[in-house]
Design a protein. Structure first.
Length: 373
């Protein structure tokens, strides 16, 4: 093992110990509550540029329901002309919902104008989508759900896929299961704060082996009537970890922090527990051979403890036409924390992935938006 690999391993171990310590305290309460509260407090500022921001914009867009191959209704929102020459589909992350792309929906609508239609949806068990049997909370099933959305919402024309966290894993699962779609239909892919293999290999892996979570996982699958007995303890274990890892910047907008925490809190406990195992064991590394056929973008914050930047770097090494963007000081919710960096990177991806006519127009739109900014 090289000196650099040893250094990285030690860093991951330190992070894991820190998170494990936080988790252990959270499970018994007391000091943990104070620790987490201080952590969150340090990450907000009195100067709130997003005070009064309408984080429900997506609710006002055109709405649809797409039924998956096993009968689960997925809530879908669409913005942009129905006949736009390109469709961009967004898949959100674990314990979030489509609103996690709020800033992308707002800014990219301006930048792309009538040339791009954007499609957002809530994953099964999240947001306004339907619940499903716990044994369907798997990454391969998420890839099939994405295919259901594409079949209904984008049956023709080029598509760019954007996945954050677990949504990125869904994109990878789609590529592995439907390789014939690349590059004939899927012309570009963005993976934000994601990983090709299970997070058991990241610092989060040790936390997921907590006995409290194991008990809740058993209840979800085999004794759902007893789930209420474990849900409080389970949230006390995983909740502080998700919140602490969300942002790296110590001057986050209180409104943005409150919005992301609301999404996490509103996620049903059965969904939270059900997908934890999927995050541990998933392995979609084979999908990288498929993604090598299209332009790709990989974005990650360098303070992301859930899917550390090493995961992004490893994927980028396997993709010949990839732009890797490591955002300094950002955590796991980089698209909410540093939206302009992510938005600009997505615009560049579309420029690389689409025909020259659309590329030229996209550049003009971007220049016009900056001149008016």
């Amino acid at each position: 093992m090289s000196d650099e690999e040893v250094h990285r391993r030690r860093g991951r171990i330190r992070n894991a110990r820190w998170l494990a310590g936080l988790t252990g305290l959270a499970a018994v309460g007391g000091l943990a509550g104070t620790t987490v509260a201080r952590s969150v407090t340090r990450r907000v500022t009195d100067d709130d540029p997003y005070a009064g921001e309408d984080f429900c914009l997506l609710d006002a867009d055109r709405s649809y329901v797409v039924t998956t191959n096993d009968g689960v209704p997925l809530a879908v929102r669409e913005v942009g002309p129905e006949d736009a020459p390109l469709t961009v589909v967004f898949a959100h992350g674990f314990c979030l919902r489509m609103g996690a792309f709020h800033f992308q929906r707002t800014k990219l609508t301006e930048l792309w104008g009538p040339q791009v239609r954007m499609v957002f949806y809530d994953e099964r068990g999240h947001g306004q989508s339907g619940d499903a049997p716990p044994d369907t909370y798997t990454v391969p099933q998420l890839g099939q759900d994405l295919e259901s959305v594409l079949s209904v919402m984008a049956p023709r024309g080029p598509v760019v896929l954007v996945g954050h966290s677990m949504g990125g894993m869904a994109v990878l699962a789609h590529a592995r299961q439907y390789p014939q779609r690349y590059p004939s239909r899927i012309v570009g892919v963005a993976l934000i704060s994601s990983a090709a293999e299970g997070v058991s290999r990241s610092p989060l892996g040790e936390i997921l082996r907590n006995p409290v979570l194991e008990a809740a996982r058993f209840a979800v699958r085999y004794a759902p009537k007893t789930l209420h007995r474990t849900r409080g303890a389970a949230r006390s274990v995983i909740g502080p970890v998700l919140r602490a890892a969300s942002y790296g910047d110590e001057k986050m907008s209180p409104s943005v922090v409150a919005f992301s925490e609301l999404m996490m809190h509103d996620t049903p406990i059965a969904t939270l527990i059900g997908f934890l195992h999927a995050l541990e064991v998933h392995d979609e590394a084979a999908a990288l051979n498929v993604l090598a056929k299209v332009p790709t973008l990989i974005v990650c914050g360098d303070r992301d403890f859930l899917t550390p930047k090493e995961c992004s770097e490893a994927m980028a090494d396997e993709l010949p036409n990839c732009e890797l963007v490591i955002v300094g000081g950002a955590g796991h919710l980089v698209q909410l924390e540093q939206p302009q960096i992510v938005d600009d990177a997505l615009v560049r991806l579309v420029e690389r992935a689409t025909p020259s006519k659309l590329t030229a127009l996209t550049r003009r739109l971007r220049g016009r938006a900056r001149n008016h900014g």
